[in-house]
Ligand binder design. Structure first.
Ligand SMILES: NC(=O)c1ccc[n+]([C@@H]2O[C@H](COP(=O)([O-])OP(=O)(O)OC[C@H]3O[C@@H](n4cnc5c(N)ncnc54)[C@H](OP(=O)(O)O)[C@@H]3O)[C@@H](O)[C@H]2O)c1
Length: 242
C-alpha cells in the first residue's frame, strides 16, 4: 500500500472529489482526518470506516483551521499529507458579481488554502506532502468565471512559491489541476445543458474524468513515488482543446 501508516488531512473530504480522495487514501493504508463543515455528511460517507475521523473546519476562519491542526497534533503528534481540496464556485459576469461572492470564492479557495498550508507546514516533517487543488479553469479563461478562475490561478502560484520555501525542510508542495470531472462541481456543470454544450467539445478524449482518476493522481502526489516532484501543477484532464 502506498500510504501505509500515513496521517492525512483532506479538507472538504466528505463530498465530491474529496470524498473519493479520502476513500482512496484509506484504501492505501492512510489514517485520514476528513475536515469539513458538515459532520452529518461525513458520518453518512464514512461513519463506519475505522481509519477516517471527522473534524469540523471552516477553511476561511483562522481559528477554525488552527483548531483542526491542533487536533491532529494532539491525536497523532504529526502529519504526513495535507490535501487542501475545499473549494467553491460563484459564477457570474464580472460586472454583476457581488462583492460577497467574490469574497466567498477568494476566502475559501485562496485564503483557505493558505491558512491550511501554513498550519500544516508546522506539523509536516521530511517526506511531508502538501497537495493543493486548482482547476483547468485556473489556466484557461472562461466568461463568467472571474472569481473562480482568478482564485485557482493564484493557488497555482501559491503552490509554486511554497514549494520553493519548504523544499529545504523536505516537504513537497504540488497542485492537482482537474479538468471536467463527473463528480461535484463538474457534475453540476454538466447537468446544465446550455452551459455544458460549450464545454463538451473541449474534451479531447470525448469524456469527462472520473473522481477515481483524480484520487489516483492524489495518491501519486501523496506517496513516495513523487519524491522528486515539487512545485508542479499536475493536469488531470484527458486533454483539453481550449
Ligand atoms: N469536480 C470538478 O470537475 C472539479 C474540476 C476542477 C477543480 N475542482 C476542484 O476540486 C475541489 C473539490 O471540488 P468538488 O467538485 O468536489 O466540489 P464540491 O462537491 O462542491 O465539494 C466541495 C467541498 O469543499 C467543502 N468546502 C467548501 N467551503 C468550505 C469551507 N469554507 N470550509 C470547509 N470546507 C468547505 C465542501 O464542504 P461543505 O459540505 O461544507 O460545503 C465540500 O466538501 C475544489 O477545490 C474544486 O475547485 C473540481
Amino acid at each position: 500500500m502506498l500510504l501505509d501508516g500515513k496521517v492525512a488531512v483532506v479538507t472538504g473530504g466528505a463530498r465530491g472529489l474529496g470524498r473519493h480522495i479520502t476513500a482512496r487514501f484509506v484504501a492505501e493504508g492512510a489514517q485520514v482526518v476528513c475536515a469539513g463543515r458538515d459532520a452529518l455528511v461525513a458520518k453518512s460517507a464514512f461513519g463506519d470506516v475505522d481509519r477516517v475521523v471527522f473534524h469540523p473546519v471552516d477553511v476561511r476562519d483562522e481559528d477554525s483551521v488552527d483548531a483542526l491542526f491542533s487536533f491532529v497534533r494532539g491525536e497523532y503528534g504529526r502529519l504526513d499529507v495535507l490535501v487542501a481540496n475545499a473549494g467553491v464556485s460563484r459564477p457570474g459576469p464580472v460586472t454583476e458579481l457581488s462583492t460577497q461572492s467574490w469574497a466567498e470564492v477568494f476566502e475559501t479557495n485562496l485564503t483557505g488554502v493558505f491558512l491550511c498550508l501554513r498550519a500544516a507546514a508546522g506539523l509536516l516533517g521530511p517526506g511531508g506532502r502538501i497537495i493543493t487543488l486548482s482547476s483547468v479553469l485556473g489556466a484557461n479563461a472562461v466568461a463568467g468565471g472571474s472569481a473562480y478562475c482568478a482564485s485557482k490561478a493564484a493557488v497555482e502560484m501559491l503552490t509554486k512559491v511554497s514549494a520553493l520555501e519548504l523544499a529545504e525542510a523536505g516537504i513537497t508542495v504540488n497542485c492537482l489541476s482537474p479538468g471536467f470531472i463527473d463528480e461535484g462541481m463538474g457534475k453540476n456543470l454538466a447537468a446544465n445543458e446550455a452551459v455544458w454544450s460549450k464545454f463538451r467539445p473541449k474534451l479531447a478524449g470525448g469524456r469527462m474524468g472520473t473522481a477515481a482518476e483524480i484520487a489516483e493522481a492524489a495518491v501519486f502526489l501523496a506517496s513516495s513515488r513523487s519524491s522528486y516532484v515539487n512545485g508542479h501543477v499536475l493536469e488531470v484532464n484527458g486533454g483539453i482543446r481550449w
